[in-house]
Design a protein around this ligand. Structure first.
Ligand SMILES: CC(C)(COP(=O)(O)OP(=O)(O)OC[C@H]1O[C@@H](n2cnc3c(N)ncnc32)[C@H](O)[C@@H]1OP(=O)(O)O)[C@@H](O)C(=O)NCCC(=O)NCCS
Length: 221
């Protein structure tokens, strides 16, 4: 985290989201940005986008009024919202004892980073880094001891971002059926992916994708 150069853009502020329709409408394209480069079938995209929109409509009670939860946006001078991130206890997302990477840290002391997105035309300008920094500060103030984030292997920019910002990569990769969010396979090492798995990963753009692959990252706070 400290090694990422801090080239602060003065025109961007990071602040809590406001639960008002005009603002929530601006956050919706961010939810869609998450999936822009992903060649998943439309019915899968519809499902995940709907889930993201539903989270937004409950942002007040779920994130702003619940202790140890939060949702931030990155706003430009002209009020345009260009990025967002949220934070919740890891247990709210279903992460439990088996998820934790640091065995000496209690599952209750883990928080989960979610919905981190910066609009494509504003990426690589340290906005993601500043959103992450705000989340880390909040997490420390709220006595969390570890930060967890799950991303897809196909979200290459996210994987590079987390590694560059000092997260540790969990040794497992989870494979999920697209038709169902149920986890069906756990790989202990990337080298143990089957030939079919590799082909599917390499050809995400061309093939009809049947699975998605999750990679978890962790940071001690
Ligand atoms: C991941 C994401 C939020 C990063 O936001 P960002 O504002 O572009 O990131 P920053 O400019 O703060 O990057 C900080 C550092 O991360 C690394 N990084 C960011 N994007 C990268 C990329 N495309 N390739 C390699 N490294 C990258 C860089 O080292 C960068 O520092 P540098 O520019 O000084 O080298 C953004 O790429 C994004 O919204 N992606 C699509 C949505 C997504 O995948 N979200 C994560 C869901 S889990």
């Amino acid at each position: 985290m400290d090694s990422v150069k801090e080239n602060v853009i003065p025109t961007v502020i990071i602040r809590p989201v406001r639960s008002v329709p005009s603002e929530l409408e601006q956050c919706k394209p961010l939810i869609r940005t998450l999936w822009l480069d992903q060649r998943f079938p439309q019915n899968f995209l519809d499902r995940v986008i709907k889930a993201g929109d539903t989270e937004l409509y409950h942002v007040e009670e779920k994130y702003l009024k619940s202790p140890r939860n939060h949702w931030w946006v990155a706003q430009l001078n002209d009020n345009k919202i260009v990025g967002q991130v949220s934070l919740q206890p890891m247990s709210s997302g279903g992460g439990g004892d088996s998820t934790r990477f640091y065995k000496n840290i209690d599952p209750q002391d883990y928080c989960e980073l979610r919905h981190l997105t910066v609009l494509p035309e504003y990426q690589r300008q340290q906005i993601g880094y500043r959103l992450l920094k705000a989340s880390i500060e909040f997490a420390r103030q709220n006595k969390y001891k570890a930060l967890y984030v799950k991303t897809m292997l196909s979200m290459k920019r996210a994987c590079e971002f987390y590694e560059r910002c000092g997260f540790e990569r969990a040794p497992q990769i989870e494979r999920h059926e697209l038709a169902d969010t149920k986890k069906i396979k756990l790989f202990n090492n990337i080298d143990r992916l089957t030939e079919d798995d590799w082909n599917e990963l390499k050809n995400l753009a061309e093939t009809e994708v049947k699975h998605y692959y999750d990679q978890s990252y962790f940071m001690k706070l």
